[in-house]
Design a protein around this ligand. Structure first.
Ligand SMILES: *Cc1c(COP(=O)(O)O)cnc(C)c1O
Length: 426
């Protein structure tokens, strides 16, 4: 039985309104094509303009965006890729299918993004790419990372699934590195009817490659030759069958696929993009209330420092409990008070697929310590009403007061495996 929480971790039901309904209704009534068409093109143009990226290409999900991004890298045996462990599995999953060595890089304890110092130590002349995430919508500081990557000729892939609406010194994630990958899944900062994604690139040859692989088209040059004797005269177009055989189907050649975003999704995306600021402001105002509540518990909890010039989009609200024994007790206290906790994300290098490739505890000490002992995510999304936010703040303050702390406090650690007592999203 699923429990009804007073404050759910993610929006229940639709977060869309009349403007999105009208956009879909207008499209359906127009009789315009429902596959790729004008809405898709317009959504891509506005999105690229919003970010300051040269090319933006819609796809069907963030997972597909990341898969197509990794395909662009043309990874070969012996290549190395540096990746963040603190992310959703889709960031690193495509690498499992390539014969590369993945080096998980430890994270910065505030942003949870790749730590530039740790990254520097992992770079080699075999490093082909760096895969990072702007965790929770905290835009990572890419200045040093890009400098290090450029010096080695490594490609920087930004997973921007949380970061639409975030900026650092006025610049947008997805416009800084080489490839940006976005998700418009239902819980993300904007949604294209529940599922959708986008790839952004500066290089036009990469934009062309994505264009070819995201549509399951026949690829290659048309060369005229004499039709074979077996071509039936009744079907004149079939005289080209021979040529078609000589051409290559993109899907077979390069792992291409059909990732076409539908017109209905793109039409909703256009409306949502226009609402982005309002949606992100709501997240930011909930986060400000949580920051203020936590300020009274300074020393017991650590709220990530957000420097001047950083606009955090708060896809996730994250803070850290200083006393390792107290974190799980706090999670249980919040759960009892009707706050649904989902912790994001279990360190990727410790998932079975990566352990099977030799990855171990100890590889990323900061990411591991924070996750297993200190990490808390609280509900923070525009689906929450003002009353729910009040309830959340009350539960947080009440929970922190209730949980024992300081020297002599009983330890909350009753965990055999280092897991937490509440549902953990990997
Ligand atoms: C949601 C998410 C994805 C995957 O996006 P989908 O559209 O759900 O496939 C990738 N990376 C991160 C960090 C995400 O949060």
């Amino acid at each position: 039985m699923t429990r009804e929480y007073a404050v759910p971790a993610a929006a229940r039901g639709s977060v869309l309104g009349q403007a999105e309904i009208d956009a879909v209704a207008a499209l359906v009534r127009s009789g315009a094509p429902l596959s790729a068409g004008r809405s898709r093109t317009e959504f891509e143009e506005r999105f690229a303009e919003h970010l300051g990226a040269a090319h933006a290409l819609t796809v069907t999900s963030g997972t597909v965006a990341l898969r197509l991004a990794v395909d662009l890298l043309d990874l070969r045996e012996g290549d190395e890729v540096i990746a963040t462990p603190q992310t959703y599995q889709a960031t690193v999953q495509p690498l499992l299918e390539h014969p590369v060595r993945v080096r998980f890089c430890d994270v910065d304890p505030d942003s949870l993004a790749l730590d530039a110092g740790a990254l520097e130590a992992l770079l080699t002349d075999r490093t082909r790419a760096i895969m990072l995430v702007h965790y929770g919508g905290y835009p990572a500081d890419l200045a040093r990372i890009l400098e290090l990557a450029r010096a080695r000729g490594a490609v920087v892939v930004e997973d921007c699934a949380h970061a639409l609406g975030a900026t650092r010194d006025g610049r947008h994630p997805g416009s800084l590195g080489d490839i940006g990958c976005f998700s418009f899944q239902g819980s993300k900062n904007i949604t294209t009817l529940g599922e959708g994604g986008m790839v952004t690139v500066h290089r036009s040859d990469w934009a062309e490659r994505i264009e070819r692989t995201r549509g399951n088209d026949i690829d290659g040059e048309f060369v005229h030759t004499t039709p074979g004797a077996d071509v039936p005269a009744a079907l004149p177009w079939m005289k080209y069958a021979e040529h078609i055989h000589r051409r290559e189907v993109a899907a077979l050649r390069r792992g291409g696929t059909n990732a076409t975003m539908s017109e209905a999704s793109a039409a909703v995306g256009l409306v949502q993009l226009a609402k982005l600021d309002t949606l992100v402001e709501r997240r930011r105002s909930i986060a400000a209330r949580l920051d203020a509540a936590l300020a009274a518990f300074a020393g017991r909890v650590r709220v990530p420092a957000v420097p001047h010039g950083v606009r955090h989009s708060y896809h996730l609200y994250t803070f850290f409990v200083e006393d390792p024994g107290a974190r799980d007790r706090l999670l249980a206290a919040l759960d009892r008070r009707g706050v649904e906790i989902q912790l994001r994300y279990y360190p990727q290098h410790l998932l079975p697929e990566w352990r099977a490739r030799g990855h171990r505890r100890g590889e990323c000490p900061v990411a591991e310590r924070l996750w297993f002992d200190q990490h808390v995510n609280l509900p923070c999304h525009p689906g929450l009403t003002d009353e729910q936010v009040d309830h959340l703040v009350g539960a947080l303050v009440g929970g922190l007061r209730e949980v024992p702390h300081g020297p002599g406090a009983p330890s909350g650690a009753t965990r055999a495996t280092g897991g937490a007592t509440c549902p953990i999203s990997t």
